[in-house]
Design a protein around this ligand. Structure first.
Ligand code: FAD
Ligand code: PYC
Length: 404
């Protein structure tokens, strides 16, 4: 294959950290890089750095199962997740990078009448918001995904499900690399292996970040660090109601194509898709303890496998190839934070919990607008931190489709 290939050009510049920038983005995950790209592309703000303590995409961006959908319940969520879904449709072309976007359809199963009622309600809410969604009866579910266990005597029989045909999966590394390459080409400095250790504030205004490579002056700091959002916010004295938990996933040995859609089940709690390599990509609900270890507990994995076998008995003799965990930053209402703060020049993008991948381009686009203009646009406004004081929460636990 690649033997003899030499002279490959690096996709993004290995920039040296400068003494000052117009803005510093902390965190080189999907959302941080998307923010940098749109700041440069849409707002012409190019004297910026993305500072990443490890390697770009080494956090949740490189650990997630890439499920993309926009079928959330509330208007505010429909706006941001559907904005993202629309951007995904052309992102590969825009970045000139094959992000392997596959709109193969996401099927959310209902296992009893109560669940069917809430899912149908969400389908109707989606349609009122112009979000593509449909309800499938059990017979249609079986036709759409023939390997599902449709037996009426199953412990949790499948009674129907919602389908978002435009939902799907993509290739996480490619998204990270595509945003990094495009942002770098526009002048953004991407600084890896550099940790932000403190943020300097004078008279209520951000003035600099301290890093493991020295001090960098800047009037604007955008925190896009997922699991470590509370840690960074704490540096400027902002307290957040975020809980960080492990979230695990695993893949099976590769097999021939057997499932051409994404299936999620809340009741038994498992979800599955098949990668282009043939591996089944399987995920679970969160580990219940708080942690920053990027590692979960074996009990969760056992439960996850039992749940998958319940829905797909055909997988029962497959061997699992590898397992990993990320740390997700969960807000009390299972909705994200895109917000200014009481500290002038300090902005937060985080709290995406178990479901931020799908939002990556929409989040970056809306957050770049906030950082550039110092005001939230209509998409970002409902996700300000003030909601934890006013009570105007955007309660999306039901649509998160991953158990919290
Ligand atoms: P990250 O990639 O975590 O980026 C944050 C970066 O900040 C990290 O690289 C970190 O090293 C860096 N950082 C932290 N502190 C500092 C510091 N002090 N200085 C410098 N850098 C710092 N979402 C979906 O929509 N669909 C899914 O199917 C899905 N599956 C998931 C499966 C798993 C197992 C996990 C763990 C998550 C899943 N998610 C999913 C959630 C999704 O991955 C996250 O919500 C999203 O990726 C978070 O945004 P990010 O990519 O910017 O985060
Ligand atoms: O938000 O759809 C989602 C999701 C799937 C797996 C993890 N999160």
């Amino acid at each position: 294959g690649l033997r003899g290939h030499t002279g490959w050009q690096p996709a993004w510049r290995k920039a040296a950290l400068k003494d000052s920038y117009d803005a510093v983005i902390i965190g080189g995950g999907g959302h941080g890089l998307a923010t940098a790209y749109y700041l440069a592309k849409v707002h012409g703000v190019t004297n910026i750095a993305v500072i990443e303590k490890g390697w770009i995409g080494g956090g949740n961006a490189g650990r997630n199962t890439t499920i993309i959908r926009s079928n959330y319940l509330y208007d505010e969520s429909a706006a941001i997740y559907n904005h993202a879904l629309n951007l995904w449709k052309t992102l590969g072309r825009e970045l000139n990078f094959n992000i392997m976007m596959s709109h193969r359809g996401v099927l959310n199963l209902a296992h009893d009448e109560g669940e069917a009622r809430t899912i149908k309600r969400r389908v109707e809410a989606n349609r009122l918001n112009g979000v593509e969604a449909e309800w499938l009866e059990a017979k249609e579910v079986a036709e759409f995904c023939p390997i599902l266990n449709m037996s009426a005597s199953a412990r949790y029989p499948i009674v129907g499900g919602s389908l978002q045909r435009s939902g799907g999966v993509n290739r996480h590394d490619a998204v990270v690399w595509g945003f990094a390459r495009a942002a770098s080409a526009l002048g953004v400095d991407i600084i890896e292996k550099t940790e932000v250790t403190d943020i300097r504030v004078e008279a209520g205004q951000v003035t600099a970040v301290e890093t493991t490579r020295g001090t960098v002056k800047t009037p604007k700091v955008a925190s896009v660090v997922a699991a470590h959002t509370s840690v960074i916010a704490d540096m400027v004295g902002v307290r957040l109601p975020i809980q960080s938990h492990p979230l695990q996933a695993l893949v099976s040995e590769p097999i021939k194509p057997v499932i051409d859609c994404v299936v999620m089940s809340n009741a038994v709690h498992a979800y599955c898709s098949q990668s282009d390599k043939g591996e089944l990509v399987i995920g679970a609900g969160i580990d219940h303890h708080n942690s920053y270890t990027q590692r979960g507990q074996i009990g969760l994995i056992e439960h996850q496998i039992a749940a998958i076998k319940e829905v797909f008995p055909i997988f029962s003799r497959l061997r699992m190839l590898r397992q990993w965990g990320g740390i997700v930053d969960v807000c009390p209402d299972a909705s994200p934070i895109l917000s200014k703060t009481p500290v002038k020049g300090f902005y937060i993008n985080g709290g995406w919990g178990t479901g931020g991948w799908k939002a990556t381009p929409g989040s970056g686009h809306a957050f770049a607008d906030l950082v550039a203009n110092d005001e939230p646009n209509a998409i970002a406004a409902p996700f300000a931190i003030g909601r934890f004081v006013t009570g105007a929460l955007v309660a999306e636990h039901g649509a998160a489709a991953v158990a919290h």
